[in-house]
Ligand binder design. Structure first.
Ligand code: FES
Ligand code: MG
Length: 594
């Protein structure tokens, strides 16, 4: 194959062409062309790389502060090999990267900033196509949202999950076991010392969370949408097959540029419907709802609403038996055949748009036609699913959430799915944590814990705080679940009977702001209802008395990015994107710089 810079192909997808977008920079004559080319040559490239071959950007979210993405520099090298092989010219560049476990107040606060960063860098540089390298939760939707708004040929390569966590002979899942260990420690069944040992054993290789948390879910969503090569969702980060796939992605992007296949050709309404069905089948994260809504908002002509998620999910059983809902982890999922098996089963059940185009240049149905399952306990069949149709994530409505809320049934306790209880209300997660260890706390297992002030504007950034640990005194009594309600999110690795994404949020005057201690709340998931059992007249009286703002917003942002965020973020049911970022702004060549 070709090596760096040598022997450009004279035929095939990488052949030089004068009409490439990148030639507006590198093919320019006079002073402008000299400026664009000369400084690039300080990296040791010969003049031949400017001959009109496709220039491929590799947008990487590599960062040591995003541990799930800390190996993406290696993935980038594999992609570059593929780009050179196909006759392209690869150029890697960094995009803002956020690590779910590290950055405060929440990585979600920066997803839209990441999308802006990616969008501007892709559009305003001499690129003909782009490969997106992601891993941790927000990096996947962030990059895709930005790339969709530019609409140049794009392919994504996710970094892959960590190997299964192993502690004392047992599989432990990243995230999921954090909540379990926390409860064990609170109940006095696990020592601090044991927990420290478990921490290391839970994260024993490079890669992202190996549960079916948000990162794995989004990696599968990208594959189901057709934006990542088949199998790309599940190969462990350390598996050499992932590097092979990354290299193949480098070759594919050159072909996508040649054929001018763009995100708008792939990310159609049908592709989103496929992804929504797939999310139900994998028992995926509730966060996918928010991210898919935001991504759809970037595409002209794709209108989704929350009820569609409920409607499409209802007749899809959960096939994948992975934590947090099930037993296994991503390594097992990979060895069982990975997402292509799930997609094949969905196609065969007749619930997919099998002819949707993907980055392979073929349809999703063609991609997965030969997918074989090697473990029917990890990936169950349609006839004998892990959980029956209708038990996935439900979209709730009612006077407490007029614009919707979601609840992941497969991660909840069946006996709590229909439940009426007394509200115990907290204006922030901190307010709850301040009293949750109190042995005299006035709370019972039948109560409903309301944690508000955790929405997009209220926190700000809609953090993953909704599944607060149960009150210590109840944990010690052996209580393992309670109904919790919040305008915030929950980690995709989390579990419990938790109503999430209540919209509108309390901080913008949603009804959640009007709940008081002792009110009765009724949750009826089969009926898709969440109701505050307080009459309208009383709610109006309460609203009138709180005209200055129902819940004091957390510290007002004096300026900077958080200020911008609060001005422009939309509510959860719209995907929490900025109002000024929806839609596609294209990839016209910008005005010259000199
Ligand atoms: Fe990065 Fe879970 S924390 S993927
Ligand atoms: Mg749209």
């Amino acid at each position: 194959g070709d090596t760096a810079g040598g022997n450009p192909r004279t035929a095939g997808p990488g052949a030089p062409r004068a009409d490439r977008r990148s030639q507006a920079w590198f093919g320019a004559s006079g002073r402008a062309g000299m400026i664009h080319r000369s400084w690039m040559r300080n990296q040791g490239y010969g003049d031949e790389v400017f001959d009109g071959r496709p220039v491929i950007g590799i947008a990487t979210t590599w960062s040591q502060l995003a541990p799930c993405n800390a190996h993406l520099d290696e993935v980038a090298e594999a992609v570059k090999r593929g780009v050179w092989q196909a006759g392209g010219f690869p150029l890697e560049f960094p995009v803002l990267s956020t690590g779910e476990t590290i950055i405060r107040p929440t990585a979600m606060l920066f997803r839209n900033l990441m999308a802006m960063d990616a969008e501007e860098l892709i559009r305003n540089n001499p690129l003909d196509g782009v490969v997106l390298l992601s891993g941790c939760d927000k990096t996947t939707p962030g990059l895709l949202m930005g790339a969709a708004s530019v609409d140049l040929p794009t392919i994504m390569v996710t970094g892959g999950p960590m190997l299964n966590g192993k502690f004392r002979g047992q599989d432990v899942g990243s995230g999921t076991h954090v909540w379990k260990f926390e409860a064990e420690m609170a109940a006095g069944r696990m020592s601090e010392c044991e927990a420290r040992a478990a921490e290391g054993c839970m994260a024993r290789s490079k890669g992202h969370c190996m549960t079916m948390g948000t990162a794995s879910t989004m990696a599968c969503m990208v594959e189901a949408l057709g934006m990542q090569l088949p199998g790309g969702g599940a190969y462990p980060a350390v598996d050499a097959r992932r590097m092979e796939l990354a290299q193949e992605s480098g070759r594919r992007i050159v072909d996508l540029v040649d054929k001018d296949i763009r995100p708008s050709d792939i990310l159609t309404r049908e592709a989103f419907e496929n992804a929504i069905r797939t999310n139900a089948a994998i028992g995926g994260s509730t966060n996918a709802f928010v991210h898919l809504m935001a991504l759809a908002g970037r595409l002209e002509g794709v209108e989704l609403d929350l009820d569609l998620f409920d409607a499409l999910g209802r007749d899809v059983p959960t096939l994948v038996n992975l934590m947090p809902s099930g037993k296994y982890l991503m390594e097992d999922f990979c060895y069982a055949g990975g997402l292509p098996v799930v997609l094949r089963r969905l196609v065969e059940a007749g619930v997919m748009h099998a002819d949707s185009l993907t980055v392979t240049g073929r349809s999703i149905g063609e991609n997965v036609a030969g997918a074989e399952c090697f473990d029917d306990d990890v990936i169950r069949t349609w006839a004998a699913p892990y959980q029956p149709a209708g038990s996935g994530t439900a979209v709730l409505r009612g006077n407490l959430c007029p614009d919707g809320a979601v609840l992941k049934q497969s991660a909840a306790s069946p006996e709590l799915l229909v439940h009426e209880g007394r509200a115990r209300v907290f204006d922030s997660p901190e307010a709850y944590h301040a009293v949750s260890d109190d042995p005299d706390l006035d709370i019972t297992a039948d109560d409903i814990i309301v944690v508000r002030g955790a929405g997009p504007k209220g926190y700000p950034g809609m953090p993953e705080v909704a599944n607060v640990a149960l009150p210590t005194k109840l944990l010690k009594q052996g209580v393992s679940d309670m109904v919790r309600i919040s305008d915030g999110r929950m980690s995709g690795t989390g579990y419990g009977t938790v109503v999430l994404h209540v919209s509108p949020e309390a901080a913008v005057g949603g009804p959640l702001a009007l709940v008081r201690d002792g009110d009765r709340i009724r949750l009826d998931v089969p009926a898709r209802e969440l109701s505050l059992l307080v009459d309208d007249a009383e709610l109006e009286r309460r609203r009138a008395r709180t005209d200055a703002g129902p819940v004091p917003a957390a510290a007002q942002s004096p300026g900077g990015y958080a200020w911008l965020y609060r001005q422009h973020v939309q509510q959860a049911h719209l995907g929490a994107d900025f109002d000024f970022l929806t839609g596609t702004r294209g990839h016209a060549v910008p005005r010259d710089s000199h």
